[in-house]
Each structure stands twice: as structure tokens, then as C-alpha cells.
Design a binder for this molecule. Structure first.
Ligand code: ADP
Ligand code: MG
Length: 319
């Protein structure tokens, strides 16, 4: 069956998902009309997923859409923002209706969990690529910036880093991947509620997309600080616990795609922060401390210090 660009929009993306009162005009006109709440900063992010680069070609359409939205939700979470509106630019090799159905289901499943309305987009033909722009709000002064860490801050991480990279490794080696582990790669849970709980309490934050050391490194550079990490404190999933120590540590240090949050908190607000996150679905763990200077040093359980090599993913360097 042939299907026009207009048919695709009408059938899969219009009149679907949550309706928000702050959407004055959504999908269908030349542009959306949106009403930001008074007294809030608009928080805006865009991320693109390219087939074969950001996800294996055989990935299910549902999971591709889920992840394309999740990575943007994760960016807003890392700012402490409340997400609201999404724009979806979809480039498709052909109008495959079953694929589009799965894609739309995945997109709206996650969008609904976070009350995000799809307010517009663009649909074109070409190599499969998905670009989503996400907007949300934060109170002035409460955003979690990368440049706000200070010596003495405790460093925390959420969840169990390394799982997504292990799933990808197993997938690429042709092994059967455990369903829970595979979900960590294909359907990451963006830490939106955590980010909002941290807003106004944490100092600096970043989401872990390229690996803990690489992303923490960005935060340290932005804040002009150093860090001391205690790697044995990094929470490990059962799947990682089953691995040899060196492999598990490499996955936790350099594995990407986890979309957990790494954040810092001044000592004076540490207890308030722990109370604020106590009821959440995801747990956080203190893994280090911000220090004056530059660079990152690890201190093992027996007090030995070593400098780990950050090997986070970089599209141009690694290409
Ligand atoms: P224009 O040519 O004026 O840019 P389009 O034909 O690209 O208009 O889009 C028509 C309407 O459909 C617009 O409101 C646009 O935001 C929306 N739209 C297009 N593609 C998508 C999509 N994949 N998801 C959601 N909305 C879309
Ligand atoms: Mg257009």
C-alpha cells in the first residue's frame, strides 16, 4: 500500500498521546503554539539517533522510538527539568506501516509516562534517522548545571552503570542476552523524577550517555575541579557481578548508553538530598568526592590510588 507523508502524520502522529493545556496548537499547522508557564525557564534539548550508529539495524521499531525519546528525557532530567513538549523529525527509507505502528507505540508509551505531548515534527525520506527535540521547564536558579560542582561536594551516581554496554557486547558477540539486561540497552528509563527531586538540592549533574568517566570528566572540566572516586562503591547489577573484576570495572567506567545521572551535592545539603530521593524507584550511591585541581583519581578498597583511562565514545574521534 502506498502512503503519503501526509497519511503517515495523520495516521500515526496526530491526535495521539497526552493532551496538554499548554499546547495552544499542536500537530497540523506550520508550527506549534505553546504556552510556557510564567516564571519558569524553558529547557530545550535535541538528540538524533542514526540507524547502525546509535542502535543495531535489527532493533525493533518500538525500542528505537523509546530510546530516541529516552535520551532526550535524560538530558532534561540531568538539568532538573520537567519535560513537556516534543518535536519529532523522522527520516525513513520507506513508509513501512508495521514499522511505523511499532515506532509510534514506543514513542507514545514513553511520552505518556512523562506527560510529554508531541506537538509537531517533520517527515522525510532517506536513511533511517530519528531526531527529537524536547522542551520542558525549570525554576530559575534550580537547574542542575555541569559547571556547579565545588571541592568538598559528594559525588553520586544513580542505578547500576555498565548494564547497557554489557548488553550491547553480548548482542554483538551473538550471545543470547537476558531480557532484563537487554531492556537496559533498548528501553532505558530516563531518571526524570530523580532529576526533579535533585533540582535545587544537588549542585552539578550530567547524564551518563558516553560512559561514567567521560561524562564525569565533562562535569569536572566545566566546574574546573578534580575528583576522587571509590570504584568499589559503584553499584553492580547481578549480570555485572558475574563478570571478572577487570571487565566489570571497564564496563562501569567506560560503558555508554546507561542514561543514569551522575551528580554532586555540597555536604550541607547531603542529608536533605538523601531524604528527597528516598522514595524514588531508582537508588543513588555516593561514589566519590570533588576536590580542588584537575583530573580524576581512583582509590581502591585497600587505599591504592590509580588513574583510570577514560574511553568514552566520541563520534568523530572513534570514527
Ligand atoms: P510544512 O511543510 O509546513 O513544514 P509538514 O508537512 O512538514 O509541514 O508538517 C505538517 C504538520 O505535521 C506540521 O504541524 C508538523 O509539525 C507535523 N509533523 C510532520 N511530521 C511529523 C511527525 N513525524 N510527527 C509529528 N508531527 C509531524
Ligand atoms: Mg516540515
Amino acid at each position: 500500500m502506498s502512503c503519503s507523508e501526509f497519511d503517515i502524520i495523520e495516521r500515526f502522529f496526530r491526535h495521539r498521546g497526552v493532551q496538554r493545556e499548554d499546547v495552544v496548537l499542536g500537530v497540523g499547522d506550520d508550527a506549534a503554539l505553546l504556552q510556557p508557564p510564567a516564571g519558569r525557564l524553558l529547557v530545550s534539548a535535541v538528540d538524533t539517533l542514526v540507524a547502525g550508529r546509535h542502535f543495531p539495524l535489527q532493533t525493533a521499531a518500538f525500542d528505537i522510538a523509546w530510546k530516541a525519546l529516552a535520551v532526550n528525557l535524560s538530558d532534561l532530567a540531568a538539568m532538573g527539568a520537567t519535560p513537556a513538549w516534543a518535536l519529532l523529525a523522522l527520516t525513513l527509507p520507506e513508509p513501512d506501516l508495521r514499522w511505523l505502528e511499532g515506532f509510534a507505540d514506543g514513542f507514545f508509551a514513553l511520552a505518556e509516562q512523562h506527560a510529554v505531548a508531541l506537538v509537531g515534527g517533520d517527515t522525510t525520506r532517506g536513511p533511517l534517522s530519528i531526531s527529537i527535540q524536547l522542551q520542558g521547564f525549570v525554576e530559575p536558579g534550580r537547574a542542575l548545571r555541569r559547571d556547579a560542582a565545588r571541592p568538598g561536594d559528594a559525588i553520586f551516581v544513580s542505578g547500576t552503570p555498565g548494564d547497557a554496554a554489557l548488553a550491547l557486547q553480548q548482542l554483538q558477540s551473538g550471545a543470547v542476552v537476558d531480557a532484563d539486561l537487554l531492556a537496559r540497552l533498548n528501553r532505558p528509563q530516563p531518571r526524570v523524577a530523580l532529576g526533579q527531586a535533585l533540582a535545587g538540592l544537588a549542585a552539578a549533574a550530567i547524564d551518563i550517555s558516553d560512559g561514567l568517566l567521560a561524562d564525569l570528566g565533562h562535569l569536572l572540566n566545566a566546574s574546573a575541579c578534580a575528583a576522587r572516586l571509590w570504584p568499589q562503591r559503584l553499584p553492580r547489577s547481578a549480570a555485572l557481578q558475574a563478570l571478572p573484576e577487570a571487565q566489570a570495572q571497564a564496563l562501569q567506567f567506560n560503558g555508554g548508553d546507561d542514561y543514569e545521572l551522575c551528580f554532586t551535592v555540597p555536604a550541607a545539603r547531603r542529608e536533605a538530598l538523601l531524604a528527597a530521593v528516598a522514595g524514588l524507584a531508582v537508588t543513588v550511591r555516593e561514589i566519590g568526592v570533588i576536590e580542588a585541581g584537575s583530573g580524576l583519581v581512583c582509590e581502591s578498597a585497600d587505599g591504592q590510588c590509580f588513574s583510570p583511562r577514560a574511553a568514552g565514545f566520541d563520534h568523530f574521534r572513534d570514527a
